[in-house]
Write a protein that binds this ligand. Structure first.
Ligand code: FAD
Length: 466
């Protein structure tokens, strides 16, 4: 008999829920973490960025206070206090996970893990090597910021997202390479703090993976916020590294100088050094571990979840994959389904999307109705002073089943979950229309978009008669 039923490698949002679910199912579990429990999400990702955004959104609201008939003077960011608050939030959550692991009887082993050819987990711990004999292994080692060879990351001006979260002052100017989710969220944080920002995007539009209508409206909002976005542009070469800045030449021929440069072009998968070649666990050419629908790798009894398997690089996907692997590692029978995965971008305004978007539906030649409702026509949004953006529903024209939603506007990251549940239940636009929504509330925009699909929205003017 093995010492442990399950050993989990990595205690991020993929690994620690997997360990807890295994323990809940009666397994003897150990989890190995080489850095901080909570992983990227809690320490260098979701939570610290959202904590910074909470501070900068408050500043932005306070600056608008006079529009609401409130006079506030002396609004000033205190970066040290903002950073301290971020750290407190993170520490509280990390502490909570440590308690949960303990309460569930899970052994936490600090150190870097790999797997040997006998399928044992070998941990390089501070006090020497520890070998763990396990029946089943769940790999949840996540990802790290991808680096570009154009830049020397040892230079103080060049930053990954992890460096940007640890800045000890607000930079005067910032070049952001990559206009995806992470780059856009940092742009929102620093533009409110007064940093001059130029954002570079290789593709022909910002947020290239989002619906084009959302991306277009977001670009104009960013421009109004003073963010200079240059699409189809990248850094061709670095002309100068200085202790207090960087000078680069762009593919457009322009030269740019800034105090800092943030590279946010994606993630690299943490599969190297795990001994996967020896154990026969297959990876693809980019280092993603290949798994089946049960999250099992090419080797029986070894599972992999979260960012390290690629796909949708989000914390909640990692968690659901972790729970799926945990069930299967402890005698269950669970499979992962990905058609309802909400994805949120915490920019100002927020973006929340789920399922298929209007562009993809068109590319795939699907027979759909794309129905919209603007927050500019919604009482609650106007009352809140956040009457920008829209709800867009993608609906199967034949069956009326909701296939997706793209929401840009106030609390989009919350609103999108109404559509996610509707999609999970396989409901129709008519079902949403038949559900009484409270007034005045933001979800009324979803109700109106569903009604608009059938030409029944009360607050949308009918097409003009010619
Ligand atoms: P990770 O969170 O990366 O955890 C992996 C853990 O494994 C780490 O703790 C690591 O130290 C450990 N580890 C690695 N190798 C070993 C080893 N050999 N031995 C022992 N331990 C090891 N997602 C969202 O859903 N919402 C957001 O708002 C969001 N914002 C983000 C903002 C930023 C700036 C970034 C960078 C990411 C953001 N993400 C967000 C993505 C999210 O953080 C990841 O998808 C998620 O953390 C992946 O979870 P994971 O458990 O697979 O990996």
């Amino acid at each position: 008999m093995s010492e442990y039923d399950v050993v989990v490698i990595g205690a991020g949002p993929g690994g620690y829920p997997a360990a807890i679910r295994c323990a809940q199912r009666g397994a003897k579990v150990a989890i190995v973490e080489k850095d901080k429990v909570g992983g990227t999400c809690l320490n260098w990702g979701c939570i610290p960025t959202k904590t910074l955004l909470a501070s900068t959104e408050l500043i932005a609201h306070a600056r608008e206070a006079e529009k609401f008939g409130v006079k506030i003077t002396g609004i000033e960011p205190d970066w040290t206090a903002i950073q301290d608050r971020k750290q407190k939030v993170t520490d509280t959550l990390v502490g909570g996970i440590l308690q949960l692991l303990k309460a569930n009887g899970i052994k936490l082993i600090e150190g870097s893990a790999s797997i040997n050819k006998d399928k044992n987990v070998v941990v390089q711990a501070a006090d020497g090597e520890v070998i763990l004999d396990a029946d089943k292994i769940i790999i949840a080692t996540g990802s790290d910021p991808a680096e570009l060879p154009t830049f020397d990351f040892s230079q103080p001006a060049v930053m990954t997202s992890t460096d940007a979260l640890a800045l000890d002052h607000i930079p005067k100017s910032l070049i952001i390479v990559g206009s995806g989710v992470i780059g856009s969220e940092f742009a929102c944080v620093f533009s409110v703090l007064g940093t001059e920002i130029v954002m570079l995007e290789l593709m022909d539009r910002m947020l290239p993976t989002e619906d084009s209508r959302v991306a277009k409206q977001m670009r104009s909002t960013f421009r109004k916020q003073g963010i200079d976005i240059r699409t189809e542009t990248t850094v061709e070469e670095v002309l100068e590294y200085r202790p207090d800045g960087i000078k680069v030449k762009l593919s457009s021929g322009d030269e740019l100088e800034a105090e800092k440069l943030l590279v946010s072009i994606g993630r690299k998968f943490n599969s190297a050094g795990l001994g996967l070649e020896e154990t026969g666990v297959e990876t693809d050419e980019r280092g993603r571990i290949i798994v089946d629908q049960t999250m099992e790798t090419s080797v029986d009894g070894i599972f992999a979840v979260g960012d390290v398997v690629g796909g949708i690089l989000l914390a909640h996907t990692a968690t659901f994959e972790g729970l799926c692997a945990a069930e299967n590692a402890t005698g269950g029978n669970s499979t992962m389904k990905y058609h309802v995965v909400p994805a949120c971008i915490f920019t100002t305004p927020e973006i929340g999307s789920v399922g298929i978007n209007a562009d993809r539906a068109e590319e795939q030649g699907l027979d759909v109705i794309v129905s919209r409702f603007s927050f500019g026509a919604l009482g609650k949004a106007l009352a809140m002073g956040e009457d920008y953006g829209f709800v867009q529903l993608v609906i199967d024209a034949k069956t009326d089943v909701v296939l997706g939603a793209q929401i840009m506007g106030p609390h989009a990251s919350d609103l999108v979950h109404e559509v996610a549940v509707a999609m999970h239940m396989g409901t129709t636009a008519a079902d949403i229309s038949a559900t009484i929504h409270a007034h005045p509330s933001l979800p009324e925009a979803i109700l109106e978009a569903a009604e608009a699909a059938h030409g029944k929205a009360i607050h949308v003017a009918p097409p003009r008669k010619k």
